[in-house]
Write a protein that binds this ligand. Sequence first.
Ligand SMILES: NC(=O)c1ccc[n+]([C@@H]2O[C@H](COP(=O)([O-])OP(=O)(O)OC[C@H]3O[C@@H](n4cnc5c(N)ncnc54)[C@H](O)[C@@H]3O)[C@@H](O)[C@H]2O)c1
Length: 388
Amino acid sequence: MNKDTYVIGIIGCGAMGSGIAQVALQNGHPVIIFDENENARQASNVLIDKQFKKRIEKGKMSESQWTSCMDRLRFATNLGDLKSCNLIIEAIIEDLVIKQNLFQKLESQVSQSCIIATNTSSLSIAALSSAFRNPERFIGLHFFNPAPLMPLVEIIPGIRTAHQISDLLKQLMQTWEKQPVTAKDTPGFIVNRIARPFYSEALRIAEEGIADYATIDWAMKTLGQFKMGPFELMDLIGHDVNYRVTCSVWTELFYDPRFKPSITQKRWFEAGLYGRKTGQGCYSYSEHQSLPEPQKNTELGHYILNRILVMLINEAADALYFGVASAEDIEIAMKKGVNYPIGLLAWGNQLGISHVVQTLDDLYNTYQEERYRVSPKLRACLRLNTPL
Ligand SMILES: NC(=O)c1ccc[n+]([C@@H]2O[C@H](COP(=O)([O-])OP(=O)(O)OC[C@H]3O[C@@H](n4cnc5c(N)ncnc54)[C@H](O)[C@@H]3O)[C@@H](O)[C@H]2O)c1
């Protein structure tokens, strides 16, 4: 493929669309961005230019590369302007009907061979593909925020996607120095499914009064080597986003109790306490207020880490069991998409499968809740004495 002539179209230039456009430009493609909102188009142009200037300051880009990138960038005011595109990545608002309407209008405006991808985090690729006359050309291509910095890209072929499209996008993502993984079209794909207990079990521990937010964050960072604790991370992601993802995975998995959302988070969401962006969430971010001090009790810390970790390992094992992704891709996804220090399957083997199963069974016996149901994959590993 000649990148100079392989034109990338982006629809929707908010946080994600602008970031993906920047990556495509850095990789030598002509890029055409369409957004229905003029202010968004202007803001995106300014943002992309600013990001390139930052790269120059850091010595990651030359002035001539910057000029070349900006010369290859065009903004479009109607969908017909995308007709020369070879690949279009949609990154508009997360709404099934709005995306379907867009795809219906788009398909007749582009060439037969144009690949159309969606950056959706939570919608079913199958449901979105029903808007197409030719659904074989359509696929999920899920970047992480911020797209220029996060290496992971989940590739999600739908049941009607042509096989060669997955392969082609995998190769393209590798040339963009991204780390592509392949996920089945299942709720939350890989990362947003497996990572759920990082937040939900932390919330549960706090709701039970076992430890406060600061102590849970301290335990996960200091004893578990996670870059951020669950509460500071939820405040950064925003409870609007995080709560919606949780609800979406839970409902899409037919209300599996393992994914049940937390009342505490629902209240933050309802009250508009989204976290850093509103100045308050789990913590308060006013200028004069410092974050609360944790209770640095190692025994309590190990309990917290162990409980959240076994829940995460259980989810990773279950995703493997249900063929959401290969073991290799599950490990890559959690390390490159959410910066986990070790892959969860490897962590399970390190802790010992019998320890993981015993801890979950103890929680199950204590609470009598399906939430602590052990994955058949872990039971099989224990029975056969094999690693994950
Ligand atoms: N923000 C994240 O962390 C993140 C991460 C991964 C994936 N995603 C997904 O990426 C997509 C975009 O998210 P975002 O955070 O960049 O959203 P955003 O709100 O920042 O930007 C969306 C843009 O789409 C434009 N838009 C809305 N409807 C449109 C239409 N019908 N036609 C053309 N343009 C339209 C809006 O004007 C806006 O500029 C969503 O599907 C989201 O789920 C978001």
